[in-house]
Design a protein around this ligand. Structure first.
Ligand code: 4NP
Length: 158
């Protein structure tokens, strides 16, 4: 399975989502490819935000080697599932994807946690450290569900 985590800048939320799901997939013995991208391209080539790195490290996950890249239309073909952190991210993805848009592959991450709720992971970019901890918790819970939902039998935990 190839999964792409997508937010706006690819420096706060989606690097955490990439790091958390990679960590859980490895722990579950799943040979998944998990990457991340941002729709706005303002931070291409940058490492994750210091506070995203900090909360990841506090939870035993190293994301400091990640580098931001911009979401491109071809990502719709290259990945099996694309998880958007928020509804404004989906709107951007649609615009960038153009004719390559494939509704069936794109999901709001938190709909894995609360199906049909259409909730967004709040953007911590303009806030302070507690916001990054809140974001970590939400993404972590959603990633736990993804592992349980898509783990092949007989390793499936649910
Ligand atoms: P992210 O947060 O989408 O979670 O990476 C943001 C980071 C930077 C900007 C917006 C959101 N920005 O506009 O620069």
């Amino acid at each position: 399975m190839k999964i792409l985590m997508v937010c706006l800048g690819n420096i706060c939320r989606s690097p955490l989502a990439e790091g958390i799901l990679k960590h859980k997939a490895a722990a579950a013995g799943l040979n998944w490819v998990i990457e991340s991208a941002g729709t706005n391209g303002y931070h291409i080539g940058e490492a994750p935000h210091k506070l995203s790195q900090k909360v990841a490290t506090l939870n035993g996950i190293n994301i400091c080697e990640q580098r931001a890249r911009q979401f491109v239309a071809a990502d719709l073909e290259a990945y099996d599932k694309l998880y958007a952190m928020a509804d404004d991210v989906i709107a951007d993805m649609k615009r960038i994807a153009g004719s390559k848009w494939n509704e069936s592959k794109v999901h709001l991450l938190l709909n894995e946690l609360n199906p049909g709720s259409n909730e967004s992971v709040p953007d911590p970019w303009y806030g302070t450290e507690p916001g990054y901890h809140d974001v970590y918790k939400l993404i972590n819970e959603a990633c736990e569900f993804i592992i349980e939902k898509y783990s092949p039998m007989p390793d499936k935990k649910v």
